[in-house]
Design a protein around this ligand. Structure first.
Ligand code: ZN
Length: 236
């Protein structure tokens, strides 16, 4: 099992680790700060350095409890001590974007009662899908203003890891369908924008909404009568 350092410290940019396995073009590490992707957040990029070598990490994936890093070029052998460094500008932009999307979820649920069904992001750009029958063009600027007002309230963002049974008692989590989590998952990681939004989430977030900066709601699309997709962008 790889120790997933980003789960408890999303601000960790560099780390030391040991290669525990090599398969094809990929190496597994005993610990990592590289996010493997998931929940709409793409995997991290960055560098692995070891005695006599350095390689750019192109792809990171989770497979059977391990995090596999696919570098370009040379591979460190099993047992090698490596130093990992994230492409921090990209990762920090993803953290700001991910938190912005949760602010959007919180606002759309609180003000319009619409549930989120999915989402996706790249640095400084994201989209979320909602069951939002009453969404229409005039709401775009209203939602944008409310999202920015909430960001400006400097809400702290808190990460917690809860026993499954405890998480299942929290009404806000039940609405996001955590009951669909596979039975073997014994702990649930939660991300709370205090006072606004609480979700089961594996991604990396900023510690306070003040770090998000200004958000623009740039577009929305109907994906049928009920399903609506809202697009947002952040300033660099
Ligand atoms: Zn999320």
């Amino acid at each position: 099992m790889t120790e997933e350092l980003y789960l408890t410290d999303s601000y960790l940019r560099e780390f030391d680790a040991v290669v525990t396995a090599v398969e094809g073009q990929a190496v597994a590490l005993d610990r990592t700060a590289f996010y493997p992707g998931g929940g709409g957040q793409p995997n991290d990029l960055g560098l692995l350095t070891w005695e006599g070598g350095t390689a750019r990490v192109k792809k990171v994936k989770r497979r059977s409890g391990q995090i596999w890093h696919t570098p370009e070029g040379d591979l460190p052998a099993e047992g090698t001590q490596v130093h990992g460094a994230l492409d921090w500008q990209r990762r920090y932009r993803l953290m700001r974007t991910h938190t912005a999307l949760h602010v959007l979820c919180g606002v759309v649920w609180r003000d319009y009662g619409a549930l989120v069904t999915g989402g996706n992001m790249e640095p400084l750009k994201g989209r979320m899908d909602f069951e939002f029958e009453t969404m229409h063009k005039d709401l775009v600027s209203e939602i944008e203003a409310t999202v920015n007002a909430e960001i400006a309230k400097d809400h702290p963002v808190r990460v917690a890891i809860l026993p499954r049974e405890e998480a299942f008692q929290i009404p806000d989590l039940i609405r996001t369908k955590i009951n669909l989590l596979p039975p073997h998952i014994e702990e649930v990681r939660t991300v709370e924008i205090v006072g606004l939004d609480l979700q089961a989430d594996g991604g990396t977030h900023v510690a306070n909404t003040s770090e998000v900066g200004r958000v623009r709601v740039v577009d929305y699309k109907s994906k049928g009568a009920i399903n609506k997709r809202i697009y947002l962008e952040l300033d660099a």
